[in-house]
Design a protein around this ligand. Structure first.
Ligand code: FAD
Length: 405
């Protein structure tokens, strides 16, 4: 247990952390990869280059430090991060390395302001935070390994089918090479593929939401090709999967993970809102409801650049034939053909007016898409007075805050 004095010292550093958190975490990753280059096998370098990992870590440390007295208040954040750690294969023995490096980074950035007393209090606080993660992660590893069809670490899957869903999104159907069953998953969860790209020094790990209903003998993931744009290089793994992984090839993956869930036993109306490839976890939820033959009221709003990059449209149109399912499409730059789409709600972007207009009373909301889309949807829901208990979302990157405080 942390002493009152340690907690007070950590609390007194919160304003500095809010101000310099990203500087500290940037320095932290520099030091970490210098002293432990093997950890480059765990972390996605693109997130580092874009600063997303640093922001996410700074926000997580801040949240943990601000709730040392009441970790339960940030339990959902802890579980979300722990699920990612389990999917990536983070191990308890890596926590002390991270802790020591974090203190070094604090000392580097804060200089003499980081007194030995402050660093000692932080070392003990970090120990408490690390223990909380290690405990949650141990339980997640156990659950993943012990369930029917479950496994530990990497498992080999044969690519049984590869289906183009749009100009940029392709689905991969994966069956265990060992012929065993797949582990069940909750719609909304993701699979983490582990890829060794010839000529590339580090193992690449990427999360891909499962996009079909559970209960099938295979996993389906649907991957968007991340093209090079201006200064931004082409995405490493998505392009490798599109161009070099074919039917019959082997892909390695860790067990399904993630806390993005929809209660399938609840019959509250649900509004799904997706942007671009963010539709994959929502398709799994929709397919799960369809598979169960539920009569739940569902509204699906999908936003895409245009029809050419709009995946699963045929399937959503089919579902929209049922009276309980409503479908709305938003195209940012529709072609002439796109303008005749029978479910086109508007041109441009999803906004609060549209969400309000399509929402059944008391609905639950599930959404996923690019960050600006996520912020707009979340802000709109808050402005509409929707409580957090009725809001679920997934981020296709390190989780960021959706509202600036
Ligand atoms: P990366 O090489 O990781 O690059 C990502 C982006 O960073 C690219 O736009 C690239 O241009 C840019 N970048 C790379 N290096 C630099 C640099 N030096 N400077 C500036 N920019 C740079 N994706 C899907 O397609 N389908 C899914 O269902 C899906 N589900 C996900 C679920 C979760 C929970 C999460 C966290 C992510 C999900 N993703 C999904 C995203 C996926 O994990 C990958 O992030 C995505 O495929 C890009 O990986 P990549 O290796 O192709 O690109």
């Amino acid at each position: 247990m942390l002493s009152r004095k340690d907690k007070d010292i950590v609390a007194s550093t919160l304003p500095v952390l809010a101000q310099k958190g990203e500087q500290i975490t940037r320095r932290f990753y520099q030091l970490l990869f210098e002293s432990h280059p093997e950890l480059l096998n765990l972390f996605n370098q693109a997130n580092q280059h874009q600063g997303r990992q640093q922001t996410a870590l700074a926000q997580a440390i801040y949240a943990a430090a601000a709730h040392l007295d009441d970790v339960n208040a940030i339990r959902s954040t802890v579980v979300r991060i722990a699920e990612k750690h389990r999917a990536l294969g983070v191990q308890p023995e890596q926590y002390p390395i991270v802790g020591e490096t974090l203190l070094l980074a604090m000392r580097d950035v804060l200089g003499s302001a980081a007194t030995p007393e402050i660093l000692d209090a932080w070392a003990r606080a970090y120990g408490q935070i690390a223990d909380a993660f290690i405990t949650v992660e141990a339980e997640l590893y156990k659950q993943a390994a012990e369930q029917v069809g479950g496994w530990q670490g990497e498992r080999a899957f044969v690519v049984r089918d590869k289906v183009k869903e749009s100009d940029v999104i392709t689905s991969f159907y994966l069956e265990p090479q060992d012929g065993g069953p797949v582990a069940q998953y909750a719609p909304g969860q993701y699979l983490t593929v582990v890829v060794r790209i010839p000529g590339h020094p580090y193992v690449q790990r990427r999360h891909y939401s499962l996009s079909d209903a559970p209960g099938k003998p295979y996993y389906r993931i649907s991957v968007k090709r991340e093209a090079a744009i201006g200064e931004k290089p082409a995405g490493l793994v998505s392009n490798y999967l599109h161009d070099h992984v074919h039917i019959g090839d082997i892909l390695y993956a860790t067990p399904p993970a993630g806390d993005f869930r929809l209660d399938l036993d609840d019959q509250t109306p649900v509004v799904f809102l997706s942007g671009g490839v963010g539709m994959t976890p929502l398709m799994s939820m929709v397919e799960a409801e369809a598979y169960r033959g539920t009569r739940r009221r569902m509204v699906y709003v999908h936003s895409a650049l245009s029809g050419a990059v709009h995946a699963f449209d045929a399937r959503l149109r089919e579902l929209a034939q049922q009276s309980e399912f409503t479908y709305h499409v938003v195209y940012e730059r529709p072609s002439a053909d796109d303008r005749t789409h029978p479910y086109l709600a508007k041109e441009g972007f999803v906004d609060r007016d549209l969400i309000k207009q399509v929402s059944p009373a008391g609905a639950v909301y599930a959404f996923c898409g690019p960050t600006p889309f996520m912020r707009t949807v979340y802000r709109s829901l808050r402005e509409m007075g929707v409580p957090d208990e009725r809001i679920r979302f997934e981020f296709f990157g390190p989780t960021q805050q959706l509202l600036e405080s």
